[in-house]
Design a protein around this ligand. Structure first.
Ligand code: HDE
Length: 703
């Protein structure tokens, strides 16, 4: 039968670009010159990628169509299992730069030479949600760094919170089962506000310190760029003489710390579920490379023996005020991934990946992790050869006799694939007692048994210390978060059990939460293995607000515009932001933009419904009288203003904006966080005001 004639044009010209039609009518851009021919996996050129091979015009598809079968076969198997925890993550490439030699405390090659740069890959993540869950869930953030050092890969697999829920790895499956969606209903997604989670926590007193941390604003960071990272466990560093020091790892963001408000987080997850990944991607792509400094808390056995808590207990911190942090280098993230799956999804971190000069301690959580991270890669990546993948492969030379297995990219070369052997120079690599990894020869003894050391028994003192180290605003947020989460718990007994624990932390907090839940009677304080030490000194470094950056750099201002906007104000704001190193985004009734007072055209990046104020760190409302009259009729515009105010953001406004603000309910309550822009010179003053990031004083007036 004759084939149907294709009478569609062979090419289409749009603007200055010409597109050519393929066999099925698709277009290929030709402006850039040569186009590669599409092939099958084995390189056979493909003539038609639009139509499968058929027996006749309207007949069945033929099995001999290898291109079709290969394409569908491959597609069917595109997914690999997501991580059982930390499924949703976002990665980036960068480098670590050493500030000074640390030869005094470690022989780790990466820390020997000042100014040396080492390639690295980072993956940030949430813990509980599935791969497709929203970014600003209330959750711990993973902070995993893979350093490709000259003596092998070192993975520092940390979190943005320095303590953990449990003291022994054997409880991890229970913790995670309880935190993730409930097994019968498979909800709630990416939320700890449910019965199973709080049931487990309220029955696990060792998690109380972490419970305070996760109810703080640390679990709703403004983005990955504005959070700290922690190695959590105590590690060892060993110098060339074999001397061991204890060390805790800290990442300090040069951008400063910042979190969002809870109501804002809830709305952000709807407005932009990719808020955090988009933020990192955009910052790196625009050349605003985020940086963190690596800090070490180094201490010896003597300090460990004298410290109030056991340094092997991962539910405890060592306050910076007790062991100051030594800043030893910086990490710069300067390159986005080329392919999300190949890099971010397939990267395999392992706590067991350490290098000569660094060693483990007997922290029972760390010891358990060392098994888990190796094991989990097999079910996720499907082969023992996951280290052959480019993102996991070391950048230094490597030689070993491990061979074969699924998808082996490389095998030992030559005759020898074992040792010892007698093949001399052709016999392959040999061990090297001088340069090779050596474990710290710690003395070990004691009867075999399932133990929980008595030194791990104080579960409340540091929770109290953390709470008392917060500003009043932050303490309020912790109370609100407990009330929110426990209000989602259906069983009264679980709510009461949590309040009983809080009584051992701080009486006022317990009372606030009890009242917020409207408990008819307050429970008795929970039985404590050890009474709370009330005299621990607050550690001001634990507050986010008290340690703000005093800069608006790297932040974003959203400017709501209308036709007739005063161009002088817009230009002045833009200039002030450029100077500060901050971003600006224009929001308008239509995305096409607005015509300014001088007739010039300002393109918008968002239509008002798609650019709610939760997307911005501060907002400006620059509108004409007619514009304000139009916008006050739009619910999205009213929400824009009302939310910015409720989330304690700084608000700049032109005089004509007042009717819109009144309609949004804030006409009479303008406070010092609301700055009138009467003339272009006021823009600079407004951006300076924004350096406080939020006008938290407003919160009191909102209640
Ligand atoms: Fe993990 N954790 N974890 N974890 N963890 C994993 O490894 C595990 C813990 C952390 O971006 C898994 O490759 C156990 C503490 C991060 O790819 C798994 C225990 C800390 C990431 C695993 C812990 C972390 C993981 C899942 C208790 C902070 C994401 C996929 C003993 C110091 C890494 C994978 C990435 C991922 C086990 C506790 C951080 C199952 C058994 C404490 C940042 O192996």
């Amino acid at each position: 039968m004759a084939s149907r004639k294709d009478n569609r044009p062979k090419s289409v010209t749009l603007g200055d670009q010409t597109f050519q039609r393929g066999a099925g009518g698709e277009t290929h851009q030709t402006a850039s010159g040569d186009i590669e021919t599409l092939t099958t996996q084995v390189g056979t050129p493909v003539a038609d990628d639009q139509n499968s091979l058929r027996g006749g015009q309207r007949g069945p598809t033929l099995v001999e169509d290898q291109h079709f079968r290969e394409k569908i076969f491959h597609f069917d198997h595109e997914r690999i299992p997501e991580r059982v925890v930390h499924a949703r993550g976002f990665g980036a490439h960068g480098y670590f730069e050493t500030y000074e030699s640390l030869a005094d405390i470690t022989r780790a090659d990466i820390f020997q030479r000042p100014d040396e740069k080492t390639e690295l890959f980072v993956r940030f993540s949430t813990v509980a949600g599935n791969k497709g869950s929203a970014d600003v869930a209330r959750d711990v953030r993973g902070f995993a760094v893979k350093f490709y050092t000259r003596q092998g890969n070192w993975d520092l697999v940390g979190n943005n919170i320095p303590v953990f829920f449990i003291q022994d790895a054997i409880k991890f499956p229970d913790l995670i089962h309880a935190a993730k969606a409930e097994p019968d209903s498979d909800f709630p997604q990416a939320q700890t506000a449910h019965d199973n989670f709080w049931d487990f926590i309220s029955l696990t007193p060792e998690s109380m310190n972490m419970a305070l941390w996760i109810m703080s604003d640390r679990t709703i960071p403004r983005s990955f760029r504005f959070m700290e990272g922690f190695g959590v466990h105590t590690f060892r560093m060993i110098n060339a003489e074999g001397k061991s020091s204890f060390v805790k790892f800290h990442w300090k963001p040069k951008q400063g710390l910042q979190s969002v408000a809870w109501n804002e987080a809830v709305k952000l997850n709807g407005a932009d579920p990719d808020f955090h990944r988009r933020d990192l991607w955009t910052a790196i792509k625009s050349g605003d490379f985020p940086e963190w400094e690596l800090g070490l808390q180094v201490f010896d056995e003597k300090f460990a023996d004298e410290f109030e808590f056991d340094v092997l207990d991962p539910t405890k911190i060592i306050p910076e005020e007790q062991v100051p942090i030594r800043i030893v280098g910086r990490m710069v993230l300067d390159r986005c991934v080329d392919n999300f799956f190949a890099e971010t999804e397939q990267v395999a971190f392992q706590t067991g990946n350490i290098v000569p000069g660094i060693d483990f301690t007997n922290d029972p959580l760390l010891q358990g992790r060392n098994f888990s991270y190796l094991d989990t890669q097999l079910s996720r990546l499907g082969s023992t050869n996951f280290n052959h993948l480019p993102v996991n492969a070391p950048r230094c030379p490597f030689h070993h006799f491990q061979q074969d297995g699924h998808m082996a990219f490389h095998n030992p070369k030559g005759r020898a694939n074992y040792e010892p052997n007698s093949w001399g120079a052709e016999g392959g690599p040999r061990e090297n007692p001088e340069t090779g990894f050596a474990s710290h020869p710690e003395e070990l003894e004691g009867p075999k048994g399932r133990y929980r050391s008595e030194t791990f028994a104080d579960h409340y003192s540091q929770a109290r210390q953390f709470y008392l180290s917060q500003t009043e605003v932050e303490q309020g947020h912790i109370g609100d978060a407990f009330i929110f989460e426990l209000s989602k718990v259906e069983k009264l007994a679980i709510r009461e059990r949590m309040v009983a624990h809080l009584l051992n932390v701080d009486a006022d907090l317990a009372e606030t939460v009890g009242k917020g839940l409207r408990l008819k009677t307050m429970p008795k304080a929970a039985d404590a293995a050890r009474p709370t030490v009330t005299g621990l000194k607050p550690s001001p470094k634990l507050s986010i607000i008290a340690n703000g950056p005093q800069s608006f750099k790297g932040r974003k201002l959203g400017v709501l515009l209308s036709d007739g906007v005063d161009i002088g104000l817009v230009t002045a704001l833009k200039a002030a932001l450029d100077k500060e190193g901050a971003q600006i985004e224009f929001i308008a009734p239509q995305v096409g933009g607005v015509e300014a007072s001088d007739g010039s055209w300002i393109e918008a990046q968002q239509k008002i419904d798609g650019g709610p104020s939760v997307l911005y760190d501060a907002v400006a409302i620059l509108v004409s009288e007619a514009g304000a009259a139009e916008l006050r009729k739009m619910p999205a515009a009213r929400d824009y203003v009302a939310d910015a105010f409720a989330h304690c953001k700084f608000i700049a406004f032109s005089a004509a904006a007042q009717p819109l603000m009144e309609k949004a309910g804030i006409g009479a309550d303008l406070d010092d966080g609301c700055v009138a822009l009467a003339k272009p010179a006021d823009a600079k003053r407004f951006i300076e005001t924004c350096r406080d990031l939020r006008f938290w004083e407003r919160e009191k007036t909102l209640k």
